[in-house]
Design a protein around this ligand. Structure first.
Ligand code: SR1
Ligand code: MG
Length: 388
């Protein structure tokens, strides 16, 4: 069967033909509110399913931005790979079709999307720990350190993901740093954006981070690990949507998650900053201690017990992550695909102030990332005073 974008009826028929539901009455709707795909929720009797289908273009822009359907297969493969090493944090997949670019998986409606939940004031006491553990495991186990260089290269070659990497290269590392058409700059923010565009040191550092993103194939990344890619409750966490997966630098997913924890503080900055900084702290400590324990137990790297080596690897991951977090902060503030954490701030004066803050924080993280030897140094990145 060749590819065709599904209607709700097509989605129901597919899951029925696959034997995933019987002949009981069905309710189904298209619920996709992301930037790229169709997402159908299907309920039949006790069965609750999600069918996700890739579209051959970026939904957020339209058919003028074609995208390869291959990304559905990349996502399906990454979900399988991540389930092998981090099963509690990965949704169950019931069926994957490469040809029709769709995946049927468990419905996670008993959980909430973390960005939306945090905006509603929901608490996720285990989120930071869970994501720290998820990332330590997915990154370590797909790296040379666990697999050895031969097996790692055999896996890595399945994950060329040029279209989706191109989105990231353009939208995170390029467009926000000049007057690109894709940018969405709120009126009143122009002077601050000019500061970004005229900062030669900042642009040089962003270019270095982009080069890292393009050339450093440390591990299989999720590739788009923002709080809209995570479902959670008080005790459960599931990471969805790894269609941007590719072999990239360790620090990228780590940095994206950190950036979105910063964003989550902006709706009520005075109240939430400390809470989110604590989350970042817990996240990093869990990540670093889990990665180190896995290294000590399972690394196949011949120099694994060299004095200080794993500490140096972790310190590089932290510095790269802070740089990537800075790029993500800038990109979601003035580029395509903004975040509700900022956009939903009702008071325009407060909203502009928080956006200025995000741009300054982003620039500081990028330019001063190498000052951070340990996580404690991140607390010095308060740029509030500079703004007044
Ligand atoms: C054209 S896609 C825009 C953004 O949506 C995805 O979730 C990624 O974050 C991408 O950068
Ligand atoms: Mg996504």
């Amino acid at each position: 069967m060749g590819y065709q974008a599904f209607t709700v009826q097509d989605a129901i028929e597919r899951v029925r033909t696959l034997g995933l539901i019987g002949n009981e009455p069905v309710t189904a709707e298209e619920i996709g509110d992301g930037n790229l795909n169709l997402v159908f929720r299907i309920h039949a009797g006790d069965q609750h399913l999600i069918l996700k289908q890739a579209l051959p273009y970026a939904k957020v822009v339209g058919e003028s931005w074609p995208l390869s359907l291959e990304r559905a297969w990349i996502e399906q493969s990454a979900l399988k790979e991540f389930a092998k090493v981090a099963i509690p944090f990965v949704p169950r997949v019931y069926h994957a079709s490469k040809e029709e670019a769709f995946t049927v998986m468990e419905d996670l409606s008993h959980l909430t999307i973390v960005r939306a939940g945090l905006l509603e004031g929901e608490k996720y006491p285990l989120l930071a720990e869970h994501i720290g553990s998820y990332l330590a495991r997915t990154l370590f186990y797909t790296s040379d350190f666990a697999l050895g260089p031969v097996a790692k290269k055999q896996i890595a070659r399945q994950y060329y993901n040029p279209d989706l990497c191109d989105i990231t290269e353009k939208l995170i590392f390029t467009d926000p740093f000049y007057d690109a058409e894709t940018n969405a700059i709120e009126a009143g923010l122009e002077a601050e954006v000019d500061r970004v565009w005229n900062d030669a040191e900042l642009k040089r550092e962003v270019a270095k981070l982009e080069a890292l993103f393009i050339t450093k194939g440390d591990a299989l990344l999720h590739g788009d690990l923002h709080t809209g890619s995570i479902f959670a409750s008080a005790d459960e966490t599931k990471v969805i949507d790894p269609e941007f997966a590719f072999y990239g630098p360790f620090g990228f997913d780590v940095g994206q998650f950190i950036a979105h924890l910063f964003f989550a503080a902006y709706p009520k900055y005075d109240q939430l900053r400390e809470e989110r900084i604590k989350d970042i702290d817990t996240f990093w400590l869990t990540f670093a201690s889990t990665f180190k324990a896995l290294w000590e137990r399972e690394a196949v790297e011949p120099f694994r017990s060299a004095d200080g080596l794993v500490e140096d690897v972790l310190s590089t991951i932290l510095q790269d992550a802070l740089g990537f977090a800075g790029c993500e902060l800038i990109r979601r503030t003035i580029g395509l695909a903004p975040v509700a954490d900022l956009e939903q701030i009702a008071d325009p004066t407060v909203r502009l102030e928080r956006k200025r803050h995000a741009l300054r924080l982003g620039a500081a993280l990028i330019k001063r990332r190498t000052e951070c030897k340990t996580f404690t140094d991140l607390r010095n990145f308060d740029v509030t005073e500079e703004l007044s």
